[in-house]
Design a protein around this ligand. Sequence first.
Ligand code: PMV
Length: 334
Amino acid sequence: MTTVSASAPGKFVILGEHAVVYGKPALALAIDMRFSIRVSRSDAYRVNGQPATPYNMSSHMRYISDRIGTTPVSVYVDGRVPSGSGLGSSAALSNAYAAAISALEGLPTDKETIARLAYEAEYASQGRGSPMDTSASANGYGIALNVPYREEDFLWHIEKDGNSWDVSKIEVPHMTFVIGNTGIKAATGPLVEKVKKYTESNTFAAGIVDEIGQVTLDGLDAMKRNDLEKLGALMTYDHKLLSILGVSCNELNHMVEAAIPYSYGAKLTGSGGGGCMVALTDRPEKVAKAIRSHGGTPYIIHTGVKGVTVKVREHEGHRHYIKKKGRDPAEDSE
Ligand code: PMV
């Protein structure tokens, strides 16, 4: 019997969310919160030992199973990325599941192949969006979309709906970020749709999207110079631009304001409407306290996190499986 374990990280966006959907630049970092998955062949689809239903098997998983044309599998899922919170949980799930099923079927599991398949799953489920989350999760570490890059940093090029993205690696200096989770779940699709309607009906909103693109390029430049004051100021400015686009909310605004006295800058991260904010700081404990005092859950983020990992194990009968039962599949990944 073959068992495959795979895992993939969540991400947060330093700059560029929403505008990236229209092919503008964006910067994203993988975070040390992962989705881990273990799959083996089965007589019927099961998720965590239960028959698969729309409640325990996401549309992303169904899409990937159909695309690959796998026979039924038993899936164990251990998700450590909070869902609906702007941290790329569905991208991490899609990457981990795509890698696990591909390996089970003897198909390639290189990062580019997985990033592309996971993006198709995200796109099919979400209706629209950029390959930022899936690329950040597949590659790990730090990535940029649509910024000038050195040839050796190029990762892959993806096109969809008349937009195209050059994904490249970025060198990330040592920085400390604190993420604050409002605990309000907000699905990405409707927020992306809201921005689309706004930009299509209003040239001012289209101008804001362009401005976010420029702020992101300036932020990359500041990051390269290790100018955290400048990068932080751009993050705070970007939060204002995103608020004008209508994707912030009171809870996010309060947490951003509370974090700013102890930070270089702060902003919402991901699709907004709830979910998370992020602060760049060298006083993480103070920021964490400020977030808590506004009802949020803080996570002090460690970056430099590897992307999708996969490990195949061949074993006989049930002996090996029983030995492994109850283990966190993340321990099995490399
Ligand atoms: O909320 P998340 O983690 O799904 O991030 C979405 C980022 C957007 O730019 C809003 C959408 C996208 O597909 O790029």
